[in-house]
Design a protein around this ligand. Structure first.
Ligand SMILES: [Zn+2]
Ligand SMILES: [Zn+2]
Length: 279
């Protein structure tokens, strides 16, 4: 087995489809000895005004969006209690309490975040950027495809800037799905190489790891996040990597780990040590 743990997973009550116990059972059956649950932690005072919010309400996962740290705590305290109980009920498995956090580059956000972390004491924190602030609103990657070309370029620039600052913040165990905008077909042109390479250098300097996220292996584009182009920079800069399935249901657990493992060998990537990823 290329990696004995899976740490990027989502469960029911947030935007996953299966319970934490079901995810643990499935991971055990597949031969993993460690499972981390990392539900979305997205806190911003204007998040409920974003275009994405009413969509999430209709789809039944608006719980992933909080307008205050008080609100996110009201979700994560019972959630972590449940994970503690599951750790006792499943002594053969190591159960970790994680979170996938949207980074917002704002001192007030950071202050609130650090206080909440002291209270929740997560085992690891995944940094991500699903939103970019634009004209006073938050735009989810999904919304970018409808913007004009010029705006898309601004959004992409801001996105990568955000990723760089997330790395420099030193808050995160690793960064998720680096080239997320390719989900809507953006950022693939050669002109982005320089921006990507600057981000990877910042990530290397900050000693943050990155994940090879296998959720993008699709028939039309058979590759993970990030692309091979970025993974080559990751190798050059000696940035440690882990494999994440970003499982939102049991059937996603361990997806494409073999292919990701092959990439690690082919590109001679440095594998992160789980001890340095968790606190
Ligand atoms: Zn994500
Ligand atoms: Zn995720």
């Amino acid at each position: 087995m290329i990696q004995h743990y899976t740490l990027h997973t989502h469960t029911v009550g947030f935007d996953g489809r299966d319970s934490a116990q079901a995810m643990i059972n499935c991971a055990r059956d597949m031969g993993f000895d460690t499972v981390g649950i990392s539900n979305h932690f997205i806190v911003n005072p204007i998040i409920k005004e974003s275009k994405m919010y009413p969509y999430a309400v209709r789809a039944g996962y608006s719980n992933i969006y909080s307008s205050s740290f008080k609100e996110v705590l009201s979700r994560f305290i019972p959630h972590y209690h449940e994970l503690n109980t599951l750790a006792e009920l499943n002594p053969d498995m190591k159960i970790l309490r994680g979170m996938e956090v949207d980074f917002f580059d704002d001192p007030k956000w950071r202050d609130g975040f650090e206080k909440v972390i002291q209270e929740l004491k997560p085992d690891y924190i995944i940094g991500s950027a699903h939103f970019v602030t634009h004209n006073g609103t938050l735009l989810n990657t999904h919304d970018w495809k409808n913007a004009d070309k010029e705006t898309q370029d601004i959004l992409l620039k801001d996105y990568w800037n955000n990723i760089e600052n997330a790395a420099k913040s030193g808050l995160f165990s690793w960064l998720a799905h680096l080239d997320l905008p390719k989900k809507v077909g953006l950022g693939r042109e050669d002109k982005w190489v320089e921006t990507e390479s600057r981000a990877i250098e910042s990530i290397a300097e900050s000693k943050t790891a990155i994940e090879i996220n296998t959720s993008f292996y699709r028939s039309f584009c058979y590759e993970p996040y990030p692309s091979k182009r970025i993974l080559e920079m990751v190798a050059q800069n000696n940035v440690p990597v882990l494999i994440s399935d970003d499982a939102h249901e049991t059937k996603n657990i361990g997806r494409h780990f073999d292919e990701a493992g092959q990439l690690i060998r082919d590109l001679n990537l440095k594998v992160a040590d789980i001890k340095t990823l968790t606190r």
